[in-house]
Design a protein around this ligand. Structure first.
Ligand code: TYM
Length: 327
């Protein structure tokens, strides 16, 4: 199993946690798990070097605070494992220009950068993601709904490589939860929660009072009674899914509990749960950040193990394509 997260913010948000990271913690129990902080992906848009370095460490501290276990799992930073970039180049040469142009995340992000200003790295970003997954022979990839199209591309590239050069790569399956696979923006519940829209985003390291206030101000609707209807009542459905995600209760049970009630109690419970989760998480993260040397040691050890795991697959890939095997 492999998954990744970008070090593009000072704090993970609730969407990251409910959509993906809570699975990372659970699945490490009975899978051989590889978890990457994907800093090569983070430089596809301009970023200050010191900010990137800080966020990479902060990402590691947060993953540890969530109980990703660096002994059981291989927890590493992508740039320290050159096999990712080595494999990505070969896969880029198998990717159609039109195929890459159809990636919706590229279309959205490049529109934000302004036409013509987006980097070529942003364009080939999904191919690097495919390399991340394929060189570990991952068969399961726990992610949120927004990554589905990238996983489809990964599957296509694995099959294409296997057809052209012989059976080399495992064709991976996405592992996307039914509930909270797409946590919505609290201010705009038809969009996904994202760090690029702070008022609707619950950053887990935020001040508890700020978190509670954001939940209480969440946009709902004029229906006035709680029901689970993501189309007609997307804001309410989002709060129900947040409660379900944080308590582990099925969304049907949570909905039954609030059936017919107004939105006040729903928001109060959601706010309490978010704060109860985020507060100890923030304390633990700060403790871990106080020892940067230990964080660096964990990163270096993870990178060694990730290299050991991927070197033979990249050598096989190069051999099959007719390249010289990397030393
Ligand atoms: P990233 O860094 O944007 O997000 C990390 C994980 O959080 C999930 N996520 C969400 N889930 C539910 N609701 C939301 N509002 C929400 N926002 C984010 C994402 O789906 C993701 O699982 N391209 C990836 C990083 C990546 C990767 C990989 C993932 C690079 N290589 C290989 C898996 C395998 C990304 O940008 O995630």
């Amino acid at each position: 199993m492999l998954s990744g997260i970008q070090p593009t913010a000072d704090s993970f948000h609730l969407g990251n946690y409910l959509g993906a990271l809570r699975q990372w913690v659970r699945l490490q129990e009975d899978h051989e798990a590889f978890y990457a902080i994907v800093d090569l992906h983070a430089i596809t848009v301009p970023v200050d070097p010191e900010v990137l370095r800080r966020r990479t460490r902060a990402s590691l501290a947060q993953l540890l605070a969530l109980d990703v276990d660096p002994e059981r799992s291989v927890l590493f930073v992508q740039s320290q494992v050159p096999e990712h970039a080595q494999a990505a180049w070969v896969l880029q040469c198998l990717t159609g220009f039109g195929e890459a142009s159809r990636m919706t995340q590229f279309k959205d992000k490049s529109a934000k950068e302004g036409s013509g200003n987006a980097s070529v790295g942003l364009f080939t970003y999904p191919v690097l993601q495919a390399a991340d997954i394929l060189i570990y022979s991952a068969d399961k990839v726990p992610v949120g709904e927004d990554q589905r199209q990238h996983l489809e591309l990964t599957r296509d590239l694995a099959q294409r490589f296997n057809n052209r050069f012989g059976d080399t790569f495992t064709v991976p399956e996405p592992f996307i939860l039914k509930s909270a696979a797409r946590v919505a923006d609290l201010q705009n519940p038809t969009a996904k929660m994202s760090k690029s829209s702070p008022p609707g985003c619950l950053e887990l390291l935020d001040d508890p009072a700020v978190l509670a206030k954001k939940v209480k101000r969440a946009v709902t609707d004029s229906v006035g009674a709680v029901a689970y209807d993501p189309i007609e009542q997307p804001g309410v459905a989002n709060l129900l899914e947040i409660i379900a995600g944080l308590t582990g209760d099925p969304v049907t049970d949570v909905t039954a509990r609030f059936a017919g009630s107004g939105y006040g109690p729903l928001k109060t419970e959601a706010a309490e749960l978010v704060v109860a989760f985020a507060q100890p998480f923030a304390v633990r993260t700060r403790e871990l950040l106080a020892d940067p040397a230990e964080l660096d040691r964990i990163m270096d050890r993870g990178a060694e193990r990730a290299r050991e795991a991927t070197r033979p697959k990249v050598a096989e890939m190069y051999e099959r394509v007719g390249l010289r095997i990397p030393l």
